[in-house]
Design a protein. Sequence first.
Length: 223
Amino acid sequence: MKRKTLMSWSSGKDSAWALYKLQQDPEIDLRGLFCTVNKEFNRVAMHAVRVELLKHQSTSIGLPLEIIEIPYPCTDEIYGEIMGQFVERAKKDNIEYFAFGDLYLEDVRNYREDKLKGSGIKPIFPLWGTPTDTLSREMINSGLRALTTCVDPKQISEEFIGKEYNESFLKDLPEGVDPCGEKGEFHSFVFDGPMFKEPIEISLGNVVNRDNFIFIDVSAKKT
């Protein structure tokens, strides 16, 4: 029996690549994506990606997307209640696994495992433990295309905002910065790759400084 699985979707490269790995796994039955969105701004938290772009990704992947709205600001208690309700809905749909794109941060993995403990849904981590210098080039060489939508200026120069994630990007990264941004140095939006049926045409807008992070506005090109 294939394992009925939902993918935790951030719009960025790591969740996209984890999805691609699952697409190739004959034991996995991918049923959909889920993504938490800041209700006030109608964007993915940290990535600051518009909901319209999430929907474009979902369409190109060919899987349904459940958007989970989170208030801003949001306490841990409220977040837990909202996600708990989502887990219950997933169980009613006979979902067995939630997949995550985490790479090596033990505290993040432990948090996800603790929140799902006893729920009947198990977490899986398709990319876990892969060296990020190897993983970054595997993604790029396989045709994944992404750009940075958020940078932490305390860890990386704001000159990296809006840059495409490619070999040139990796070569320009300062020493000590994780090539996949796993320590929060940057966040990304994927607009093309082997997990998509067709690329997403995008345009770049204004750069803003908010909450001590640098963001760039990305929107879908009008046809």
